[in-house]
Design a protein around this ligand. Structure first.
Ligand code: ATP
Ligand code: MG
Length: 724
């Protein structure tokens, strides 16, 4: 109790009142870094200790696994009790836990598996091919988005019909997709939530059971809940349940995924006697950082409106670095991180944030070269690596042979002479007979002439291999089984054929997978190997934040701006601040979308406690294309008194500090042979890059930045520039 008291004592008056309030509904609406999450943590600790409420009766939901872990750790610290009975997680992980624990009530196969976005897309592609849908007219990604949107709106394929008759193709794919997922017991992310909400509305007695269980429901990052999630909250809340929601309209960054900031407004109408708390003091950042963020977000028109203040010191100015290109930008990050390390700033307290995942590769290369260890959150994470996905697919198939996704992934990995044509034949048999691919092998064995003998032989050998492994499950632990599986199926030998460096990393990763299963066994020793594996595999698919390096190590934190929500770091590097990249090119034309990008930028700026670096490059090679990049308009929205600007000699640092945004949009001339950003060679000045051009004919001029001679305007007719 002493520890909780110590924690509660740190709260200001408004926070204290909210954390220790009597049971009832609460809305805490406040800006970044004002202690919303801290108040929520204290509230949970208080409910548990002062109201004597067991953790199993408290449900706390947040947006990312990393944020959920932070909340868990903070509560564990305060209460000093193990947290395994606590229901703290994301909407997905909470629903996953409910479905696993109450699979009987939800009438689902207890060995159900989760498919991630990539698997989902692959499945949709396959269905589209099967239905002969032209990828050019209806790209699989568009259908994926459509299906996810339908599910977020709680619409099954059968309900979608009337509403989307104009798009029959996507409708058909959705229907087929539903059938296939049901047949193979596969759940995509939205399905986890949809299945729960659907069942609860059909079975009020089950809903009642949960309503009685959850006495308190607390939701962090409430501004980003979508309709389905909000429905779930309403279903889980009984008359005796107290709900606390915590949010910030300025940090709503998921409207593209159906999140509705309006829920903040409707909450007061949907629940009786809501106590609303506003927090306006920011405890996280220095004055320079906070005021920069306040000024930026003031450019948005659609806000509830609030201004945060802090009594912390002004702190260091924000550094804006103008790099020549993405390589230079990465070198800047490395230099500063090393410098910080020398000044005793741990790697873990330094974060590199970016708008698009693809930006991380170059940064990762530079960090690796400099020997700086790092973790990537939400990028190509450990469980998404090909060798790990292959290994997991084998385990999935052992647990549930009807898992078509897993089957297709590994039936010919390593190569077993089962080509695409054979698989297509197997698919046809499965489709005609409404059975799984696995069952199609059995059928083909019984009824001759369905498959060519050679193909059938190869498939039977594969099936026998899986069967043998499954039999082992009765007397072998899950981790031993995994090890035997990797050995006997040839996955390990397959990696050994790769170049030595690649093979080494891949084998290490596979070893790490076995370690992870071992660890999981220790934590779940009451489960049978098959259930343990099923649960382990699902959680790995759900957990977007596991990586091969443990969290306790000292690693620089790399993540997209979306994943950074709710977190804080001593030093933040906000990279790629360029038009088209951030704000993203898809969002520039629509005011509503641009405002969401600005909120995302606000989230980025407010992650920094002490030092903020913002970087942008003049040229960026991304997606295998090199482009001339203009600095982001957001840079102009940060008052100059909070910043200091630095640039490499090659970079044209004056461009945005002295000119308004529009003035550095170079004119584009369709007839000119010059492309902005083109590399050219001049007999006297050497290598350079085209920055601008104007006029035509005899007066046509081109502006070039030369590596060793600065920026020059040249008459095109006389310059004799060679493109290179
Ligand atoms: P975000 O909007 O980014 O999620 P938040 O409102 O949830 O932010 P917290 O993460 O809870 O803010 O708090 C920000 C920082 O301020 C944390 O380091 C927290 O410990 C500290 N803090 C919050 N309230 C107080 C307080 N009353 N006294 C001292 N420090 C505080
Ligand atoms: Mg928070």
């Amino acid at each position: 109790m002493q520890k909780i008291n110590d924690l509660i004592q740190t709260l200001n008056e408004a926070q204290y009142k909210a954390a220790t309030a009597n049971p009832g509904h609460q809305l805490i609406i406040a800006g970044a870094g004002s202690g919303k999450t801290l108040t929520l943590v204290c509230r949970i600790a208080w409910i548990h200790s002062a109201f004597d409420c067991p953790l199993s009766r408290i449900l706390a939901v947040t947006f990312t696994n990393k944020a959920a872990n932070t909340i868990k750790n903070r509560i564990q610290d305060a209460l000093n009790i193990p947290m395994y009975s606590a229901w703290i997680g994301t909407f997905h992980s909470i629903c996953h836990k409910l479905l696993r624990q109450y699979h009987y009530e939800f009438k689902i196969n207890q060995h159900f598996q989760i498919i991630d976005q990539e698997d989902q897309l692959r499945l949709i592609k396959k269905i589209q091919q099967e239905l002969k849908i032209d990828e050019k007219i209806t790209p699989a990604r568009k259908t994926q988005y459509f299906i996810n949107q339908q599910k977020e709106n709680a619409l099954r394929a059968s309900n979608t019909k009337q509403e989307h008759h104009y798009n029959l193709d996507m409708q058909l794919v959705y229907e087929r997709y539903e059938t296939l997922c049901r047949q193979s017991d596969l759940f995509d992310f939205n399905e986890l939530i949809l299945k729960v909400t659907e069942t609860l509305s059909q079975q009020p007695e089950l809903a009642k059971q949960f309503q009685n269980q959850f006495q308190y429901i607390l939701i962090d990052e409430f501004q980003d809940t979508n309709c389905l999630q909000y429905t779930l909250i309403k279903q889980l809340a009984g008359e005796q349940t107290s709900i606390s929601v915590v949010g910030d309209d300025d940090q709503s960054i998921y409207s593209w995924r159906g999140a509705k900031v309006d829920h903040i407004l409707s909450f007061e109408n949907d629940f009786p006697n809501v106590t609303t708390t506003r927090l306006e003091q920011n405890y996280r950042s220095t004055k320079h950082i906070l005021e920069a963020a306040n000024s930026l977000i003031a450019n948005n028109s659609n806000r509830l409106g609030k201004t945060l203040w802090t009594d912390s010191e002004k702190g260091e100015l924000i550094t804006i670095f103008n790099a020549v290109n993405e390589q230079e930008e990465a070198r800047y990050l490395v230099d500063n991180i090393l410098n910080n390390q020398q000044n005793d700033i741990s790697l873990t307290s330094q974060a590199i944030l970016y708008r698009s995942n693809a930006q991380s590769r170059v940064i990762e290369e530079h960090l690796t070269r400099a020997g700086i260890s790092y973790v990537v959150y939400g990028g190509l994470r450990f469980f998404e690596r090909a060798e790990i996905k292959d290994s997991l697919a084998y385990l999935r198939l052992i647990v549930n042979p009807n898992d078509n996704q897993a089957f297709e992934r590994i039936v010919n990995v390593p190569a077993r002479q089962i080509g695409q044509a054979s698989i297509e034949k197997l698919r046809q048999i499965a489709r005609t007979n409404q059975i799984s691919l696995w069952q199609s092998i059995i059928l083909s064995d019984q009824e001759k002439n369905l498959l060519p003998t050679r193909t059938l032989q190869a498939l039977k050998m594969f099936a026998e291999q899986i069967d043998t492994l499954r039999e082992k499950m009765t007397h072998t632990s899950a981790s031993e089984l995994a090890e035997i599986c990797l050995q006997t199926t040839g996955l390990i030998q397959l990696q050994e054929k790769q170049p030595p460096e690649t093979a080494k990393t891949k084998l290490e990763n596979m070893q790490e997978l076995i370690n992870a299963i071992c660890q999981y066994e220790k934590d779940n020793n009451d489960l049978s190997p098959s259930l343990l594996l099923a649960k382990f595999i699902s959680e790995t698919t759900l957990d977007t934040h596991k990586d091969d390096k443990s969290e306790s190590n000292d690693n620089v934190q790399l993540m997209t701006l979306h994943s950074a929500k709710g977190l804080e770091f001593h030093t933040v590097f906000l990279t790629g601040m360029e038009e088209g990249l951030f704000p993203h090119k898809r969002s520039i034309t629509e005011q509503r979308e641009l405002e969401e990008e600005r909120r995302l930028c606000y989230v980025g700026l407010t992650r920094a406690k002490v030092k903020l670096h913002i970087t942008h490059a003049e040229y960026r090679r991304l997606y295998n294309q090199e482009n001339y990049q203009r600095p982001s308009r957001f840079l102009n929205e940060i008052p100059t008194e909070h910043c200091t600007r630095t640039a490499n000699q090659m970079a044209q640092s004056a461009s945005y500090s002295t000119q308004p945004y529009e003035s550095f949009i170079p004119e584009q001339h369709d007839h000119t042979p010059w492309r902005l950003g083109a590399h050219v060679n001049h007999a006297k000045f050497g290598f350079g890059v085209v920055l601008n051009f104007e006029g035509q004919g005899k007066t046509g001029r081109v502006q070039v930045k030369f590596q060793n001679h600065g920026v020059k305007w040249l008459l095109i007719d006389y310059a004799n520039l060679e493109t290179c």
